[in-house]
Design a protein. Sequence first.
Length: 486
Amino acid sequence: MILQKLLENLHLLVPYQGVDPEITSIENDNRKVQMGSLFICIKGYTVDGHDYAESAVKSGAVAILAERPLPLDVPVILVKDTTRAMAVLADAFYDQPTKNLRLIGITGTNGKTTTSHLIEKIFSDASQKTGIIGTMYTKIADKTIETKNTTPESLTLQKTFKQMVEAGVDTAVMEVSSHALDLGRVHGCDFDVAVFTNLTQDHLDYHKTMDEYKRAKSLLFAQLGNTFNHHKPKFAILNSDDPASVMYSKSTAAHVITYGIDTKADIQAENIEMTSSGTRFDLIVQTEKYPVQMQLIGKFSVYNVLASIAASIVSGIDINAVIKSIEEVTGVSGRFELVNEGQDFTVIVDYAHTPDSLENVLKTIQHFAKKKVYCIVGCGGDRDRTKRPLMAKIAGQFATDPILTSDNPRSEDPLAILKEMEAGIHGVQYRIIPDRKEAIQTAVQEASEGDVILIAGKGHETYQIIGNVVHNFDDRLVAREAIERR
């Protein structure tokens, strides 16, 4: 695409007259620049892309998009905000790929990963080719790619969606983080269905207040658009049991479909029965009742399933096919995942890293725990400090044997993090074992028949970040090795 044609997608106050090179790629990382690239200078948290513009030109960049004048021998196009402009240009360069997909976005504090995988399975079972973008990985049809962020930046997103279109993907499911919404990473994404799971405390290191956190998530529903296309309707799927849904309902012009357990909803679960092997409930859709016997455990799992059912029904999937798919699901990696080596006690690894998610998992365990409940939990460094005492408080409240340990301490002193956690736990016996591997080994060594061990916080992660070093560490492997050694 020639430069002038690409720049036509920006508003009229971005004038450009000059040479008109062919743009073969758009990059915001100077290390990826090749001959024919348009290099976009982005101001990041630690580096400023403007400082790398000269290097990009030497690598073959034929034009630069910047926020300030730069003395270079190639065209320098000036805009007020390169991040916003990048989203516009990426959407145009990759030929607006999300208009050729059914795009389902999921936001909320907890449940995004599980819900996205449930939806993806339902659509796959319905003979659709699917794609998924989220915390664990990106999947384009049958190809899986590692990811760094829950929601990539706009340039990566649009390139990924273009690859999905080229691979024949029909439906893409994406986790949409509050950071991504606030930073404009999903600008240009044409969502068809937006799903809200829940809102509880998290990411206050970034958003500062819960009101600001809630506002950021509302953007997904506002960005569904303000028009009605009866051939391709837009839907907002909202959790009627979460008070934030009132705001989100007012934020969107799309059709609103609610799901819930405790309050009246369009799609509802009644008569929930939980065991250690699964959950049964009656699914109510309008006036019809359908029995559901799923292998997932817990009330939080019922919410995820209801959200998935709602997103699938509004997308035209038959309800009976949806239920069949749900009943076949055995679990999602790192989400209430059992580590079973034939031992006579239960070991569960879960991604629970917020107060609400930890409480939900521990309450679920109480439904089938007969004896002791060990809870191994830590908090990440360089993240929301206010939730640290809350996490410890919940572990002490709902577990008989809480063990406070390290998560990903990053640049912080692990002992300082544990001290802040310790401030929230009172009146119960607990232990502090800073070394996460030792904490897991201790619980496994002590556990007796019928006990339950919950290893919380890291779930599917296969690493631990200590300082600036990323170490190989998988809670599931560590637990498995400890069980085998015992």
